[in-house]
Write a protein that binds this ligand. Structure first.
Ligand code: PLP
Length: 355
């Protein structure tokens, strides 16, 4: 077939999302979704709102921002709801970096960062993590570049303290520092309180993982009014109605049922510690995770083979082909029953290999 792609995207390599099989034949532990359904209140709100599908939604997401502001301890003007936090990342890369302002981020992190840099023709400053996958914040100080750090990081699950993020913010006063808190609800420490003090801080969070809404596409950017205004300039230049009305209502209802989601996150954390312990008993190395997934490897089996054997046993996890992490698999934490299936299949796979 012919390609009509413009020269400017001739070498663009798109992001590869995790597998999303549509027939639910797998124990699905590959894309960090919540195993729990949305709250009843969310389901009711979505059904009710669907009756107004003939009308455009509120482009300002006013009711949603007003509901969320007190939860984050900020003003509604500090919040930009987005169509999944991926959209916030895209808007931020497009708005705050350019040919003379590279984007700095770790070599092992969210796979979308290099893609958003490429699609915006931005130079990337890729900073390697240490051998133990820890991040040395000093390497991000005084860069005069846009900085992007996931905290907790993906796919390692590891965190850096907010005090170190503050040092990065202080030493890069003229550049946006984006902290991607997609997994903060599972034991991380949020730096949203620093927004008052640092107008160059941009925090992204999502309803996808902790709030059982991956399919609804809702995230938030939280930052100084200046950063939010700039992102809005781009949003209104691309897609003003970026959050559909059901999702806006779902977000409000989810915020009003936070107890339910807090309890779910607590269960996930318990299951994470349980699974980590059991895998370690089977000889796995498991990185210390504060997220709803773990990153694990075994000297008895390659990451690729473990992934493939689990898949043939009906359990889907994520394997990345990148050389530095190809020994690992990323395993989403689900219900206790799902984790017991994973552990049972893992024991079977290892025993078939004679371990
Ligand atoms: C999942 C994820 C996101 C994006 O999630 P959305 O579904 O787009 O809200 C952003 N950053 C990281 C590190 C993630 O893992």
């Amino acid at each position: 077939m012919r390609s009509f792609m413009s020269e400017k995207y001739a070498t663009l390599e798109a992001y590869t999302p995790g597998e999303q099989p549509q027939d639910m034949q797998y124990v699905k532990l590959n894309t960090n979704e919540s195993p729990f359904p949305p709250s009843d209140k969310v389901l009711e709100a979505v059904a009710e709102e669907a009756e107004k599908l003939n009308l455009y939604c509120d482009p300002e997401c006013k009711a949603l921002r007003e509901e969320l502001a007190p939860i984050f301890g900020v003003n509604p003007e500090n919040i930009l709801p987005v169509n999944g936090s991926d959209e916030a990342l895209y808007l931020a890369f497009a708005a705050f970096a350019d040919a003379n302002t590279p984007v700095a981020y770790p070599n092992i992190s969210y796979g979308f960062y290099p893609v958003y840099a490429a699609v915006n023709h931005l130079p990337s400053h890729v900073i390697p993590l240490k051998g133990d996958f820890s991040l040395d914040y000093r390497e991000y100080c005084g860069l005069n570049e846009m900085i992007v750090i996931a905290n907790p990081n993906a796919p390692t699950g590891m965190t850096i303290p907010v005090s170190e993020i503050e040092e990065i913010l202080k030493s890069n006063p003229n550049n946006v520092v984006l902290i991607d808190e997609a997994y903060v609800a599972f034991g991380g420490e949020s730096c949203v309180p620093l927004i008052e003090k640092y107008d160059n801080l941009l925090v992204c969070q999502t309803f996808s993982k902790s709030h059982s809404m991956a399919g609804a596409r809702l995230g938030v950017a939280i930052a100084s009014e200046g950063i939010i205004r700039d992102m809005n300039t781009l949003k209104y230049s691309i897609n003003p109605y970026n959050i559909n009305r059901m999702t806006q209502r779902a977000g409000i209802a989810a915020a009003q049922t936070s107890r339910y989601y807090l309890d779910n996150c607590k269960v996930i954390v318990e299951n994470r510690e349980y699974t980590t312990l059991k895998l370690k008993e089977m000889g796995f190395e498991v990185l210390p995770s504060k997220a709803n997934f773990i990153f694990a490897k075994s000297s008895a089996i390659s990451g690729q083979e473990y992934y493939a054997k689990l898949k043939s046993e009906g359990v889907l996890v994520r394997h990345f082909k990148k050389p530095e992490i190809e020994d690992f698999c990323r395993i989403t934490i689900g219900t206790r029953e799902q984790m017991d299936v994973l552990l049972e299949k893992t024991a079977k796979i290892l025993s078939e290999k004679g371990c």
